[in-house]
Write a protein that binds this ligand. Structure first.
Ligand code: FAD
Length: 475
């Protein structure tokens, strides 16, 4: 079996890469270890630039049922500080969507299949061999699959990463215990914007509340489920299964008042997460093998940054790889994947580590929070944090910004020619097989947008040819 591209892992990032490749004219094979789609609770939503990108791809509407462009969130959180991003007005880049991860995976899998992608389940990759012409994957059932290129989207314990000999340095934190469950909450304890806890006050909805002994959050989802999370520093016996009583006791210890919620019957999700890893692959590429998503980076889930990071890895890599498959990718284009996305991974591991420290227990952290909290009141800090958690301030070398709303985006590049005489379209005519042109009829700004939405040129005629050549190969 020979494929241009094999994606290992049908998690969100592997499926996104498959959709993007298919949109760019490459039909990848996706192989997935699990026989059935995952139903376990992971991400509750997404925050940042990816929300806008999913809208441009027509995927946000499938997730939310709302065809309108997303609107930025008036408020979010950073290290359990409420962040009034609405103060930034039209500059607010913090877009959020509340949707469970299994639904994201369902929608992406549906879209991939519509686009002609083959998803083969029950296939576990156990071996990898590559030479200058391709990659051979060995599977647990003895099958061999050959591919021109391989994308390892097989999660934090990535077999592809290990088989490619790529290191995953970082740290393991082992002091934090996070307990998380769906619970029942009587209306008497609900307020307009939170959960009333007799003897304490109100725990606000959808925000982290950091207290001297730990952190609590309360999330009443639109579908009626109510989730409570309590984190603290504690020793636990991993062999004892998590119970509702353990969650309620932890809540009382951290909040200093009894839990107003009760056990859900029949039971919903209930889990205990201990420790956690912050790690970044030391390379995102080894020859014909690339890593995306958790295979390339793992970090604290605080702030929900994982999918924003991973899905944008997938989008960034796929059009470049499609260029290599189609034979037009200029020298060095594939290397821009790591050059662009590893710094984005570094930034997320940095800020989630910092957030993890800032929500820790103890009086030293309380003092640190007083200081940081005061600094965050400045509008410039609000703006910086908004850029940091949304990734909207990321500008890659050779790009100037993310293209404005209204720029068509179907995973192909686009040249918008706003000149009155169509001169930019004439310059780009030799790239017509790769770069569609939209005539804007003598108004607005002329620009060349990459398939991932980044603007690679806006300016004078003289610079257009180098930009076209740099990103889309020779004429
Ligand atoms: C508790 C928790 C809460 C989170 N909350 C959020 C949140 O609110 N927002 C957010 O953005 N992110 C959140 N995240 C992070 C997010 O869940 C991950 O970043 C995301 O799942 C990574 O997707 P992925 O496709 O890279 O890897 P995964 O989702 O891990 O998928 C990898 C896939 O590869 C398959 N696989 C593994 N090995 C092999 C093999 N050898 N052969 C074939 N297939 C293989 C696996 O079965 C799996 O299906 C959370 C994570 C956790 C754990």
């Amino acid at each position: 079996m020979n494929f241009d591209v094999v994606v290992v892992g049908a998690g969100p990032n592997g499926l996104m890469a498959a959709c993007e490749l298919a949109l760019a004219g490459v039909r990848p094979l996706v192989v997935e270890r699990d026989l059935t789609p995952r139903t376990e609770q992971r991400a509750n939503g997404m925050v940042g630039q990816i929300v806008r990108l999913l809208h441009r791809r027509g995927l946000l509407e499938r997730l939310t049922g709302d065809p309108n462009p997303p609107r930025p969130a008036p408020g979010f959180m950073f290290a359990a500080f409420p962040m009034p991003f609405g103060r930034l007005g039209t500059d607010n880049p913090v877009y959020t969507v509340l949707v469970p991860q299994h639904r994201v995976e369902e929608v992406l899998a549906e879209r991939a299949v519509e686009l002609g992608v083959q998803i083969r389940r029950g296939v576990t990759v156990t071996g990898l061999d590559q030479d200058a012409s391709g990659v051979t994957l060995a599977c647990a059932d003895g099958a061999r699959i050959t591919a021109g290129w391989v994308i390892g989207a097989d999660g934090g314990r990535s077999a592809v990463r290990k088989l490619a000999g790529i290191g995953f340095p970082g740290v393991t934190h082992d002091r934090t215990v996070s307990r998380n469950a769906h619970v029942a909450l009587d209306d008497a304890f609900r307020t307009a914007d939170g959960m009333r806890v007799p003897g304490y006050g109100v725990i606000p909805a959808f925000l982290h509340t950091r207290l001297e002994r730990g952190m609590v959050s309360f999330a009443p989802f639109p579908d009626g489920r109510v989730m409570v999370n309590v984190s603290e520093h504690a020793d636990v016996d991993e062999d004892v299964p998590m119970s509702f009583a353990e969650l309620a006791d932890a809540f009382t210890r951290v909040v200093g008042a009894p839990a107003p919620f009760t056990e859900l019957r029949p039971a919903g999700m209930m889990r205990r997460l201990t420790g956690g890893n912050t790690r970044l692959a030391d390379r995102y590429r080894d020859g014909r093998v690339f890593l995306v998503g958790d295979a390339a980076h793992v970090h604290s889930a605080i702030g929900g940054n994982g999918l924003n990071l991973g899905l944008q890895d997938a989008v960034n890599l796929s059009w470049k790889l499609a260029g290599a498959v189609h034979g037009w990718a200029p020298d060095g284009l594939l290397d821009t994947y790591e050059a662009e996305r590893r710094p984005a991974g570094e930034r997320v591991t940095m800020q989630t580590t910092a957030q993890g420290v800032l929500v820790g227990p103890g009086p030293e952290i309380t003092a640190l929070r007083s200081l940081v909290g005061a600094l965050l009141e400045d509008e410039s800090a609000l703006r910086r944090i908004a850029g940091l958690i949304s990734g909207a301030d990321v500008v890659y070398p050779g790009t100037s910004r993310w293209s404005p709303e209204g720029v068509r985006s179907d995973a192909r590049p686009v040249l918008i020619d706003a000149s009155a005489d169509g001169r930019f379209a004439r310059v780009a005519a030799p790239w017509a097989d790769r770069v569609p042109v939209v005539a804007a009829g003598g108004g607005g700004v002329s620009m060349l947008a990459r398939p991932d939405g980044y603007v690679a040129w806006e300016g004078t005629e003289g610079e257009l040819v180098p930009a076209l050549t740099r990103w889309f190969g020779p004429a």
